[in-house]
Design a protein around this ligand. Structure first.
Ligand SMILES: CC(C)(COP(=O)(O)OP(=O)(O)OC[C@H]1O[C@@H](n2cnc3c(N)ncnc32)[C@H](O)[C@@H]1OP(=O)(O)O)[C@@H](O)C(=O)NCCC(=O)NCCS
Length: 172
């Protein structure tokens, strides 16, 4: 497995993976827009304007034998871009989980965020059963919950949205 930058060549596979794991019909922000926006922000100006995401977003994929098996990205919101990067569309294909790929992608993104000199790395997650493995991973690497609120994506499921934060400056 290697982690490489998102490119036009691996974009379609990456979007298909992210859509499979986070169907965009339930998300205000969507991987199918955000991944291509990272390659061509001008073409996605409306999306970026609507979500408040700034144009410098960047995505990477985990690739095994030519197949995209995972994804992670970093983006900023206009409102807190001076202090925080946000972790985007972090996932590993179900057939390839529990082999350390998720850990490698998360540590890779933390390292990239540190290079940006920001104070915090933040992320959204929910208590959907499928996302609970990721909470253990976040907490293992020092992320703390800083906010909880009802998740508005699918109100009928009564899920809670969590914002996790890692203090990058406190990390050695
Ligand atoms: C979270 C996710 C990216 C982890 O990917 P992964 O490649 O399985 O991660 P790893 O192999 O590095 O495993 C991470 C930890 O979870 C544990 N784990 C992962 N899947 C597990 C499973 N199904 N059962 C038990 N433990 C599991 C691993 O043992 C490991 O724990 P450890 O570090 O204490 O040994 C993956 O489960 C995923 O894509 N989940 C759905 C999407 C998601 O929730 N994304 C984050 C939302 S914000």
């Amino acid at each position: 497995m290697e982690i490489v930058g998102l490119t036009k060549r691996n974009l379609e596979q990456a979007v298909n993976l992210v859509e499979k794991i986070f169907p965009s019909e339930y998300e205000e922000e969507a991987g199918k827009d955000e991944l291509p926006a990272s390659l061509n922000p001008d073409a996605y100006r409306d999306y970026l304007e609507r979500t408040g995401i700034t144009p410098g977003l960047k995505y990477w994929v985990a690739v095994e034998k030519g197949r995209v098996i995972g994804s992670v990205g970093l983006y900023c919101y206009k409102e807190d871009q001076g202090e925080a990067d946000w972790l985007g569309w972090f996932c590993v294909d179900e057939d390839f989980r529990c082999k350390g790929t998720g850990t490698k992608l998360l540590l890779f993104a933390i390292n990239e965020a540190k290079k940006h000199g920001k104070e915090y790395l933040r992320l959204y997650t929910t208590d959907d059963e499928d996302e609970l493995d990721s909470h253990r991973l976040y907490e293992k690497y020092g992320f703390k919950v800083i906010e909880t609120k009802p998740w508005t994506g699918r109100p009928e499921l009564n899920l809670t949205e969590f914002i996790y934060e890692l203090n990058l400056k406190a990390q050695t």
